[in-house]
Design a protein around this ligand. Sequence first.
Ligand code: GTP
Ligand code: SPV
Ligand code: MN
Length: 641
Amino acid sequence: MLNIKVIPEDYVQKAAKCAQVALGCSRAAHQAALRGSIKLNPQLAALTPKVRAFVERSAALCEPEHVHVCDGSEAEAGALLHLMHQQGTVKPLPQYDNCWLTRTDPADVARVESRTFICSEHERDVVPIARAGRKSALGNYIAPHDYDKAVADRFPGCMRGRTMYVIPFSMGPVGSPLSKIGVEVTDSPYVVYSMRVMTRMGNKVLEALRKDEQFVRCLHSVGRTHGTNTAGWPCDPQRTVILHRPIDNEIISYGSGYGGNSLLGKKCFALRLGSVLARREGWLAEHMLIVGITDPKGRKRYIAAAFPSACGKTNLAMMTPTLPGYKVECVGDDIAWMKFDNNGVLRAINPENGFFGVAPGTSTSTNPIAMASVFRNTVFTNVAETAEGGVWWEGMGKAPEALIDWKGQPWDPSKKTPAAHPNSRFCTPAEQCPIIDGDWESAEGVPISAILLGGRRPAGVPLVIEARDWQHGVFMGAAMRSEATAAAEHSGKVVMHDPFAMRPFFGYNFGEYLRHWLSMPQAGRQMPKIFHVNWFRKDQQGKFIWPGFGENSRVLDWVLRRCDDEPCHDSTPLGYVPAPGALNTNGLSDLNMNELFSIPKDFWMQEADAIEKYFKEEVGDDLPNEMWDELNKLRKNIQQS
Ligand code: GTP
Ligand code: SPV
Ligand code: MN
């Protein structure tokens, strides 16, 4: 069923012509390649014309041996696992139920931001004017001819000898007015299997396409292999490139099979293209978790929270609250698509269908809900393997004897290299989460009462600050910084600017993004309150001051009380913080509240300088004046404090 021959031989020869022109702008070449007698596979004949044209053009370019259109069935998923097992890409983990281990090539372990590009006619569409012609920290621009060349240099014949899978997928519940459809073609069965977990995929999406033929074209190849683990994990790390052309609804990714580089519905579609669509259509596509919180009075509210990669979204989304009477339910752990409805309520959907979550640090004490979710129907990537056919990672608990590390070697703890890669992950269906929210697939989305922003700030930044108003909140988002993590290729723990946790994911000019956020307050709309949180402040000994995880419910409690306009706050130069005694710390011993909430004047003068430098050097004339006004206010407040 999987190996269906559909490409006649002369088609392959004619493909060379086609390949000279990049996908999406090759209609003439495509027509030329199609002339001649092509017997169509019934699977392809059933596709809508636009999807079929995309598939045929992709096949002509990449020259796969077979084409398979995915139906999304159990049987298909089983066949894929069987195939991957044979090829050495996955191995079973007999300790659990339908769980599998993958080891990637050591050169393909995370998103590669330096090779991720957005294409548009004008550079300023993509990066702020201050960086014209230079490297921007807020996105990489690629000109149309370089984009076409990057494709032509890599894709012709890149799938020779392989099967090309066609994955029709929906970001968001099929049929929701907030959802969008994509079609990814890929030569990686690992990608197909993961996309079945992370998105709604298969026949029901093809049916939806028959009603509305619009979709985002996603082309992916792991490339002609130049990695070291070529049998199990083909990839071409030296030539990896991840390209987006928002104007054409097109994503093209080459060389990596990992996470956000290859599961193109996630960061590429839902955030980079999503942010462009959102701005055009008046909504928000954000790197945010969505969580429902029921307070002891039985009132349920939802919040969304933007933290950079590996900074606590999955953990907050699945939190087990320590405060009595609170209940937390999970809608999503990574991405939120949000739109004001006709009643002025901001509604959010999780466009995803699964969790691609960070493994290290996940344990029965930090995230028992994740632990209860991931030991069925899960693919683990780059974790360590136990002798019993189970998994282990740093932070899970005591290391068992005789571990095999993520590179497949016996682990030697004395060598101080981690057994699991720091960016190792689990890929798990969301419906398996025991606290998945009853409305997580609601077509209209859940109402958002508050938006949290945050990051890893070891020094100077208090546990929680409430923005004075929406504009101040937008400034907080623009000024966000966080320590680098293993989720991308940055090395060291340097504190980086990461506005709105979106720095790697903006699909268009950040100045325009800020303007879009500033335009949200309109007559009749109920604006969520905005807060900045920091679970990661450290003391003089380098230890986290705040216990985090389930104890973060204490901060949520204060946030919700502020949403009710309870006067439990004090004004500071940075915004509002809990009034003395207002943050419930009952039962927490040895907590140094002064250290947790102090606002060191020198630190904040330097922070204001750093923000100014960033705004000037990275954004320049594209920065909305409101942001300068807010920075001036911040400076004045600190000076006067
Ligand atoms: P992405 O999937 O990359 O977007 O990451 P994420 O934002 O979902 O981060 P996640 O929740 O997976 O957490 C990343 C790491 O931070 C894990 O090792 C967690 O154990 C750790 N972490 C999460 N929340 C807290 C917290 O409240 N305190 C502390 N100290 N660590 C935390
Ligand atoms: C992130 O890096 O923010 C992730 C993981 O959620 S990836 O899917 O690789 O982008
Ligand atoms: Mn993420």
